[in-house]
Design a protein around this ligand. Sequence first.
Ligand code: C2E
Ligand code: CA
Ligand code: CA
Length: 424
Amino acid sequence: MSLDRCRSAALQRIEAQLTEASWEEEGIRAVLLVGVNRLRQLNLSHGYRRVDRLLEALAQRVEGFVSGKGIAERIGNADYLIVLQGIRNPGHARLALARLHALLSAVYAIDGETHHLSLAIGAALFDPAQAPADLESCLRRLERALLNARQTPEGYAFDGDRQTVEEGIIDWDLEHDLRQAADRGQLAMYYQPQQRLDDGRLHGVEALIRWRNGAQGFVRPDLFIPIAERSTLIEEITTWTLNAVMREMASRNGIGHVSINLSAQLLQRQDIVDDVRAALAIWGFDPARLVLEVTESAVISRLDQAVDTLQALRELGIGLSIDDFGTGYSTMTYLRRIPACELKIDRSFIANMTGQTMDAHIVKSLILMARGLQMRVVAEGVEDEETRALLRDMGCELIQGYLLARPMPLAELDGWLEDASGRQ
Ligand code: C2E
Ligand code: CA
Ligand code: CA
């Protein structure tokens, strides 16, 4: 049977459970949506075969749990819909949810190796004595609860829990669309050149993500990245980005350094190190060319956790850059602990350098600070020749900004590089 038909049959069975109230049954029903987080990354790091075995083991645990209490239907690769009957009250439902989450998250032993599955469960309660629930609205409630669950430390949540309901509704469509953006080919990487000020040559490029959404047109990354950061979506986007950039840049050695932005969130997870390592291996990408940018404020606010991850990344042989430098009020003492090799001065200081002498002083002292820490400096947001000249006088090594070029898609970058080499 095709997946679609299996799924619609499964949904019908769930619907029957929800709408057919049986007289002898007591209590309310809890409907649960179980989803495995980071399935793509799991496939990437463990291979399909092993992940299939893991999912089989998961299926057995789900079956074991519902046996005699309700039904479970697999509605996606690693998604389950579960209806639990005879729930006495909301507290009872919460207890069941906590037990299920603990059971499914407990360590799995496959071929003598231990594995963990990270999963989230969204739940909603229905009273069979009330009007029958319709499946569509039930699924919407569950999806929303699941998104919420992904942001809670427990990993499970009920529809209507502590969540900022309005916020949820505003972000709902965007988040939903964003989930499908990569599969629909709507994400693309743009590249913005960086220039060396001593000899005017190309130093490398910064990769910046673009989302072209059918209905909305371009959606700005500073709008959708923060939304992605509130769920595990950011992990999927980051994996996509790492692979897209390395695939496009692996054979373009002449471009030199390639910088990728890394969300602060990911610094709390060691998985990011595995993701970067895997992408480097897949594309045969020279680690010496890769630079990961993390914002200053993000690193400082979680210094202890971040330092370990940054150190592990550094050990892969890649470079680390502190982005938006100057906005996070950090001192040399803090910065000394971060194993970065580059500082990027925030464009808000660069924009007013030539007009406001205060900003020029700040930029000058940031450059001196970077030098003291033996890091190279990039000035971003350079839009005019006067600013470039001033930065060169101050001893800034690299610039990036509209003066050189706006971020552009790969096809355009190739042409730009040709023109640039002709100009030299
Ligand atoms: P950012 O890392 O500070 O990126 C620099 C931003 O400055 C980019 O905006 C770039 O287009 C813009 N810019 C470059 N030169 C100039 C200039 O001369 N003048 C002005 N006014 N702006 C300039 P963009 O591409 O819209 O990205 C915005 C932010 O979104 C980025 O700030 C970064 O924080 C985030 N972002 C972009 N791509 C990714 C990604 O792949 N992953 C993650 N996690 N974040 C990303
Ligand atoms: Ca950046
Ligand atoms: Ca920046």
